[in-house]
Design a protein around this ligand. Structure first.
Ligand SMILES: *[C@@H]1O[C@H](CO)[C@@H](O)[C@H](O)[C@H]1NC(C)=O
Ligand SMILES: *[C@@H]1O[C@H](CO)[C@@H](O)[C@H](O)[C@H]1NC(C)=O
Ligand SMILES: *[C@@H]1O[C@H](CO)[C@@H](O)[C@H](O)[C@H]1NC(C)=O
Length: 428
């Protein structure tokens, strides 16, 4: 029993001492009182409805936006997305709040957690695929209360945004990528977003993109009419122009060189079939590799792009060079056919028929070709011929085709190139 009593007495004294300690602590805290959330609310906290925007004189609450873009990167044509690092500031005035007593400074830092119990704008990033909020070393946001009951909420975010791109004139294209912020649940009757009248948008001048150039940035309004009402929305627009340098040196110049390479065939003698065919086929293969490479980073769009048109024309050129050799070869005649072992005896009566004549001509041509190929001169055979043999005439015709091609192909290619570059000159 005595043990229990002693124990109980100890407990009472402990409680008493802690009460005294608390009172003391309370006193010292009073001397340098920190701001509590309830100090900001009206005298009767029931009067403050955090779901209702602070409408002054029945006017919709105006929320001012400011965006600082610190970085733009990872522009991905395949998934049509890009990434942006931003500081996003929202400013609004809540007249229902009470100011902390004797507020001498221009603004005061508040705990960000208090936002949960206050009215705040419900903006969201309309075209964001993902938003990353960084928490190192402390969560990257803050809340300020100004002397005139204006609240500023600033947050740093990394956004992955979608951007609809059109590649019709790729790689001469200019893309418009947006960053849209819309109200989730308040219609324009209750809340309106507006750009900060002083500094709405700041874009870092040092933004450097590998293939695109930021040529323009501006702010705009994108308020949407839905069946439920009008919802306020603001947007930042980045105008990105593709730099041609990369494509010039990795696509256009090599492709032109391959086409020019395919013309070398016109200067090779018609009999060198392996050389000329190999040159044509190699050019065709290299070109198709180039074509595939030129759109490795692009989504498989179903329309014809400018680079596709150029590549297709080049492919047609190389193909035509190969076909030209086909024609030359036909004109030259089938020189590889084995010569007939012996001339058949002329038929007695039907010697005048056309087939016999043709056979004879063909036979002579074959022999001539065989001699030409083996390098023996005509003179080694018995006696000088009276005129050019059919084989020689065929060879002359073949050479003429080559001669015409030597001028015609480069001329046509130059014309098409000039046409192409004049067409797209305005986008460069
Ligand atoms: C506020 O300032 C006034 C004088 O400027 C002073 O009399 C009053 O005690 C101050 N109140 C608090 C809570 O510090
Ligand atoms: C963004 O636009 C403003 C005004 O048009 C301009 O002064 C600024 O240089 C632009 N910034 C960039 C990075 O292009
Ligand atoms: C929504 O906007 C349209 C035009 O922008 C306007 O005609 C209409 O009255 C608005 N509706 C509401 C409910 O404000």
């Amino acid at each position: 029993m005595s043990m229990d009593e002693a124990h109980g007495g100890g407990m009472v004294s402990a409680i008493l001492s802690s009460v005294v300690l608390l009172l003391l602590l309370g006193r010292t805290a009073d001397a340098q009182r920190s701001l509590e959330f309830f100090d900001l609310l009206p005298e009767d906290p029931k009067l403050y409805d955090k779901m209702r925007p602070p409408k002054k004189d029945g006017q919709a609450t105006v929320v001012y936006f400011h965006v600082t873009v610190m970085g733009l990167d990872s522009i991905d044509e395949n998934s049509m997305t890009y990434a942006a690092d931003i500081f996003f500031a929202q400013t609004w005035k809540d007249n229902r709040l009470r100011l902390p007593e004797n507020m001498t400074s221009e603004y005061r830092l508040l705990e960000v957690d208090w936002l949960k119990n206050m009215w705040r704008p419900d903006s969201f990033f309309k075209n964001a695929k993902s938003v990353t909020f960084q928490t190192m070393t402390i969560p990257n946001h803050y809340l300020w209360l100004y002397k005139d009951k204006t609240i500023l909420y600033m947050v740093k975010l990394t956004l992955k945004l979608s951007c609809a791109m059109n590649f019709l004139i790729y790689p001469h294209d200019t893309q418009e990528c947006k960053l849209q912020m819309e109200s989730l649940s308040h219609t324009t009757d209750e809340m309106i977003f507006q750009w900060d009248p002083d500094v709405p948008l700041v874009v870092d001048e040092n933004i450097e993109l590998p293939q695109l150039q930021l040529v323009k940035n501006y702010t705009a309004d994108c308020t949407q009419v839905y069946s439920t009402g009008n919802f306020t929305c603001l947007e930042v627009v980045f105008v990105l122009k593709r730099r041609l340098g990369y494509y010039l040196f990795h696509t256009y110049v090599p492709t032109c060189l391959i086409v020019i390479m395919s013309w070398v065939s016109f200067w090779i003698k018609p009999e060198a079939a392996p050389a000329r065919v190999t040159l044509g086929v190699t050019s065709l293969l290299t070109l198709s590799t180039q074509h595939a490479k030129s759109q490795a980073s692009l989504p498989p769009v179903s329309y014809l792009k400018a680079v596709d048109a150029f590549m297709s024309v080049c492919t047609v050129f190389v193909f035509m060079a190969l076909m030209e050799y086909c024609l030359v070869n036909i004109v030259l005649g089938d020189s590889d056919a084995p010569p007939k072992p012996a001339a058949p005896p002329p038929p007695p009566s039907s010697s005048g028929t056309d087939t016999a004549k043709l056979d004879k001509i063909f036979d002579i041509a074959t022999k001539e070709n065989a001699m030409l190929l083996s390098g023996r001169s005509q003179k080694s055979s018995a006696g000088p011929p009276p005129g050019p043999t059919p084989a020689q005439r065929a060879r002359m015709r073949a050479l003429n085709i080559d001669r015409v091609s030597r001028v015609f192909f480069p001329f046509l290619f130059a014309v098409l190139n000039v046409t192409y570059w004049i067409m797209f000159a305005e986008y460069i």
